[in-house]
Each structure stands twice: as structure tokens, then as C-alpha cells.
Design a protein. Structure first.
Length: 423
């Protein structure tokens, strides 16, 4: 997840791609696609072990629950560093910061690919999480600063499309590649893509200044803003629920007799996620609340199907489609909700969302590992279902601030949005 340290000053300074006043303004698509690729690499680095867990476990000589902690330690790296790095680097120029993060991914994925020592692999995964803390701290805000105000939502949707693409294409492709040539090749291919991205950013992405000292975020003030706390709670519990199952999806599928279909299952999940983010991008301004409730309900129904009908391959695939449809747009929904609720403190609220997102990722890896060792993977869907009940309740309750029926809109084109917590 990403923080968005953009302000009204940033929006007013957004470039006009046509260079003239009054002309039709367009998005800098090539630069935004570079950011989407950065999001793709960040998301895929985080989730790639989910499809490679059994092979990694055998090579590293540890149990699958221990290997699952490669997801946990990544999330811990991000959770521990997102807030302090956001503060420490808020004055850095944005391009320099992005290139630093991309370089960190190249280093971490290379070490992961060549390491045969579990401890070294965990260190590399932690470093990757730190790089993610840097990246998530600026990507959404970077995308918004490249666009005129009335196109900022579309710009952020393009950049964040890297998340479902990573799920729909990246993880399945990495799984297939790992099955064919070995899991290490999958991580080395990530390094190669990162090198290409580094050059792409140098050539195509504009630079922006960081924040002046007086503008830098003060995190805790955002908690007093109505609506921020409900969104943060939903983020924590929803992501925890998702990660409990997703981090161990290869093991779960193996236990229900579909271990040979992990790549296909992930491909189906990712395709549904892509459809979800398209729907969310088209409807988020009018139906943020309804989309959030619908997403949670779809994932809950998917968990229920997996809990009681996992012996039917057809119902497993139906559940996976529902899971992808429910989950794919969640990052955009929650990021938008907390930004709207935060108002003048949106940057701080976004930074806290990043931290809690990754705390939940780490918690999901730990809880899933404990459940796998103590109860078995059949407990995963039931855990997801139980966790989603309070998520749905809080979204329904926070109808005045946090998850309003409609997003607040700018009073006029070119003016900064003014959130109305009472909506």
C-alpha cells in the first residue's frame, strides 16, 4: 500500500501535458505505466513466495510454515520502516527516492535467488520490505502529482493497476516459471525486470520536490479526524483475513488435492482481481461504500464455499473467482477512503494505513503458520470468514465518516478536493 504526500500545492502544480491553458489535459501515460510497473514489482516481490512455497521449503531445508514467514518478514520490514522512512525522506526529491527503492528490490531479489541459507533469505526479504516501505511511501502521491486534479483518480488507478496485474499475471507466471526452471529463476527474472524499470524511470518519469520542513506529516493527528479510525480498522482486519489464506495458498491447494493446479488457480484469481479493479475504477466516485461492502461480502462467500465445498473442484474455482472479484479493488478502495477521510491529514493517514496493512500481512503469515501447524490448512477459510464479519459491520456503521455513500468532490475543476466528513 502507498501513502500519498500530495497537497493542494502539488495538485495546482500538476503539469499540463499539452502545455497550454484551456486545452484538453491528458495523462502522462508512459510515466504512469512506469509507476504501475514499480507497484507490480513491489506487489509481486511480496506475494511471489505464495506460489513457490513447497519448492522453496525443500531447497531451504525448513518447513512450509517456516518458509511462509518469508512473507511475514517482508511485511515486518515495511511495517517497521514505512512511518519513519516517510518522515526521514519526506524532503527528498521524489525521483531519487523512487530509484533508491527500485535499487533495493534488485538487490533483495538477487540475494533471495542465490541464497541457500534460510537466515540470509530472511534478511534479504526484510530488505525487500524496507524497499517497499520507501516505494509505498510515495507511489500514489507521485501518480497524483503528475495529473491535473480532475484526472488524479484515474492516474492513481493506473499506477495501482500494478497490484492486480501482479496477482493475475505475475504470481501465476512466477509459479509456472518456478515449476519449469526452478523458483530461483523466478526471483532472478524479477531482478531483470527491476533493472529495466530503473532505466525507464530515469528516462520517462518527471521529478518533483519533497515536502518542506513545515509541511511534513504529523502522524497521530490524523487519528482524531472522523472516519480515519474505521478505515484503518477495516484495513487491518481485512488484510489479515486475506493473508491468512493467500500466503499459504499453494499448501492449501496441495492439501485439497489441487497442488498441481496452483498456477491456474492463481491465474483465475488474478483475472477476477483485474475485473474488480476495473469495476472499482469506474464506480468508486459514486459507490465507494457499496463497493467496499460488496468486496467484503464476496470474499466472505468465497471463504464459506471453500470451508464447506472444497471437495468439489468446480466450487473451488467459483470461490476463487468470487475471492478475486471481492479483493482486487480493495487496495484502491481503502486508500481512497482513508485519503478522503483524512482531509488535510491525508498524508499521515495514508502512512498509517501502509503500516497497518503490513502489520496485517505479517500477522497473516504468523497466524496462518500457527494454524497450519496446530490445526491444518482446512482452518484457513473458516478464519477468513470469522474475521470478515466485523469488517462488514464497521463499514456499514461508518456511513457518515470513513465509508460515505459518495466520495466528496472538488467544487470546481482545477480546485483541490475538500472532504466533508459529515457526508
Amino acid at each position: 500500500m502507498s501513502t500519498a504526500p500530495d497537497t493542494a500545492r502539488d495538485a495546482a502544480a500538476a503539469p499540463d501535458p499539452k502545455g497550454g491553458e484551456g486545452g484538453e489535459q491528458r495523462l502522462p501515460l508512459f510515466a504512469l505505466l512506469a509507476l504501475a510497473t514499480a507497484v507490480f514489482i513491489t506487489s509481486l516481490t511480496e506475494t511471489l513466495p505464495a506460489g513457490l512455497l513447497p519448492a522453496m521449503s525443500r531447497d531451504l531445508g525448513v518447513s512450509e510454515s517456516a518458509t511462509g514467514q518469508t512473507v511475514t518478514v517482508y511485511a515486518i520490514g515495511t511495517a517497521l520502516t514505512a512511518l519513519p522512512l516517510t518522515a526521514a525522506t519526506s524532503g527528498w526529491r521524489r525521483k531519487k527516492l523512487l530509484l533508491t527503492a527500485v535499487g533495493g528490490f534488485a538487490l533483495a531479489n538477487t540475494v533471495t535467488a542465490v541464497s541457500s541459507v534460510y537466515g540470509l533469505t530472511m534478511v534479504a526479504r526484510f530488505v525487500a520490505g524496507v524497499a517497499a516501505g520507501l516505494a509505498w511511501a510515495l507511489l500514489a502521491g507521485y501518480a497524483r502529482r503528475m495529473a491535473p486534479v480532475h484526472l488524479q483518480g484515474k492516474a492513481m488507478a493506473i499506477a495501482m493497476a500494478g497490484i492486480p496485474v501482479a496477482l493475475s499475471l505475475g504470481v501465476p507466471a512466477g509459479t509456472f516459471l518456478g515449476d519449469w526452471l526452478g523458483w530461483r529463476v523466478a526471483f532472478l527474472s524479477m531482478t531483470a525486470l527491476t533493472v529495466v524499470l530503473f532505466v525507464w524511470i530515469l528516462a520517462a518519469v518527471p521529478d518533483f520536490p519533497g515536502q518542506a520542513r513545515g509541511e511534513r506529516p504529523r502522524m497521530l493527528r490524523a487519528l482524531r479526524v472522523p472516519g480515519v479510525t474505521p478505515v484503518l480498522f477495516v484495513t487491518l482486519v481485512f488484510v489479515l483475513a486475506h493473508t491468512v489464506l493467500y500466503a499459504y495458498i499453494a499448501t492449501y491447494l496441495d492439501d485439497i488435492g489441487l497442488g498441481g493446479s496452483t498456477g491456474l488457480v492463481l491465474l483465475v484469481f488474478g483475472g477476477a482481481s483485474l475485473a474488480s479493479i476495473w469495476i472499482v475504477g469506474a464506480q468508486i466516485n459514486r459507490r465507494l461504500r457499496g463497493l467496499t461492502v460488496g468486496g467484503a461480502v464476496l470474499v466472505a462467500v468465497a471463504a464459506a464455499l471453500l470451508a464447506v465445498l472444497s471437495d468439489s473442484t468446480a466450487f473451488v474455482y467459483v470461490a476463487v473467482v468470487l475471492w478475486g472479484l471481492g479483493w482486487g479493488g480493495v487496495p484502491t478502495l481503502l486508500q481512497t477512503a482513508v485519503g478522503d477521510a483524512g482531509g488535510d491529514h491525508a498524508d499521515s493517514a495514508q502512512a498509517m494505513l501502509v503500516t497497518l496493512w503490513n502489520v496485517a500481512m505479517a500477522g497473516g503469515g504468523i497466524v496462518g503458520g500457527i494454524l497450519l501447524d496446530e490445526v491444518g490448512s482446512e482452518s484457513f477459510p473458516w478464519t477468513v470468514l470469522v474475521l470478515l464479519l466485523p469488517v462488514i459491520a464497521v463499514v456499514l456503521y461508518a456511513r457518515r465518516a470513513g465509508f460515505p455513500a459518495r466520495r466528496p468532490v472538488a467544487p470546481a475543476e482545477g480546485a483541490a478536493p475538500v472532504p466533508d466528513p459529515a457526508t
